[in-house]
Design a binder for this molecule. Sequence first.
Ligand SMILES: [Zn+2]
Length: 372
Amino acid sequence: MIKLPKDKIFNNEFITTYQQNVKDFVFHKRGGINFFHHSFSADEISSGELINCISMDPFSRDGLNSKNEYFLKDYYEFSNFLLYSNHYLNIIKTQFTIKKGSNYKKNLMNERVFIINKFRRNDILKHLGIDNPSITKNEKNYLEFHNKIKGEFKRNNANIAKLFDYNDFMRSQDNIRNNILENIKVIICPYCNRQYIDIYSYEGKVKSIAQIDHFFPKSIFPLYSLSLLNFVPSCSHCNCIIKKDKLFPWVSVYANNPLDEKYFYVNYHNVNGLYGDTNSFNLRISPQKKEDINNSIFFRHQEIYENHKDEVSVLLKKRLIFNEGYKNSIEQLLSNKITEHEFKFMIFGVTGNDSDYLTIPLSKLKNDILKS
Ligand SMILES: [Zn+2]
């Protein structure tokens, strides 16, 4: 639900130390990478820009030499094909309410064609037969192709999984898991924006109650096992009960400049709804982008946020009572001006800024409703 701004996550000093640690770890393993036609020796991987990129952000690939760029691009496209394809197989079908008839079949066919067209320019997928027109004809053919690609990907990942062994790496570094979480500086789960994921200090050591979710699951995409921008701090409900190792309908949780798009809406049945009567309004989740719609279904936000109708009710009541006139009277009392953000925070517990999403639970719900 919440996108994390890339530039506000991790400081440079932490990134440099982390990259060096991953470099030492991989070099110590002395293995190489073979991924389809791509091949790297142990020296090539750990000598600099490739490992720096993999350990931080293998998804944007800025300023790499062409050999490294080509390999990471192929790996990313392959990963994304599996992500989209799995998403089609597991989620998209549930979105069509009428599950019979020619429209249903046509919609599914369109989705298959969309996915195949999106990835058909990739050289490896081309070599594995993505251009074969029979793939999109029916479910059976599509599933066969999907499974073939998944199998090939897994086979080609075997030595990569040995090199980028997350559990081994975590064991080899002192308290690294908690240090990573401390550096991400997000204390509310970005998947639900409800639960705290506290970081704290105990007997001189950083501790946390957060989980580190691998956005691209490490069991399927081992190249991203140690990538900082593949780590998402999350609550145990979102990570262990809902997401687990499933593939996820977003492309990433991190973005350069995340747009704050409206997610929550209130539908009033009658005037009592405006006064916060919980029987007189509906809380509706209606994102604009397809990937956000998929995300809301995936994390069951509509169902889970039903539990917060009482909070919405209080918010609606407060909005009526604590209006501009109230703000003026407080300012007179204090003989001081209060900014709009300060006033909002005093009354509603949110400032209205995007930064709320990283530190205040239910801030997305509250900000969206206050904007309406
Ligand atoms: Zn959560």
